[in-house]
Write a protein that binds this ligand. Structure first.
Ligand code: TYD
Length: 139
């Protein structure tokens, strides 16, 4: 199974514009407890560089584009996000990095829990130690 899990959301559009609805346990595979957004990004300043112990997240690039690198210890893949009705799942124990933001990039993130710094794994060596017993580590 690929580490890149994309969700295509239904667009309800007409001549007045486009509307997309995101609903817990319907088109989003978890209960949404937190929503945050990231904008005014700098293409030279990548973000992320962490994994989460338990948190599940789904990110939508509402405007512009950026490149995500996803790494679960056995697979690394990258993907451009540039479609407002497509969500990328960031599951627990996936090291993720965000690169190459366009000037107008606006990222919306839905999260399964409240902000908790203790849920972060920010050290890559610690991440590898955690995932390597579970998978054959190739990264
Ligand atoms: P971080 O998750 O490290 O950002 P990124 O993954 O985009 O590089 O968060 C940046 C800072 O914001 C960090 O100090 C934690 C804080 N923060 C909150 O207080 N609440 C939140 O919901 C999030 C996502 C981050």
């Amino acid at each position: 199974m690929s580490i890149i899990k994309l969700f295509d959301f239904n667009v309800m559009g007409d001549d007045r514009g486009q509307l997309v609805a995101l609903e817990s346990m319907k088109n989003i595979p978890f209960e949404i407890k937190r929503v945050y957004y990231v904008t005014k990004l700098d293409s030279k300043k990548p973000r992320g560089f962490h994994a989460h112990k338990k948190l599940q997240q789904l990110v939508v690039c509402l405007r512009g584009s950026c490149r995500f690198i996803m790494n679960n210890g056995s697979e690394i893949a990258d993907i451009w996000l540039d479609v407002f009705n497509q969500g990328l799942m960031i599951d627990k124990l996936v090291w993720h990095e965000m690169h190459d933001f366009s000037e107008d990039c606006l990222l919306l993130v839905l999260a399964s829990d409240y902000y908790e710094e203790l849920d972060y794994i920010r050290d890559y060596e610690e991440f590898k130690k955690l995932v390597c017993p579970l998978v054959i580590c190739e990264v």
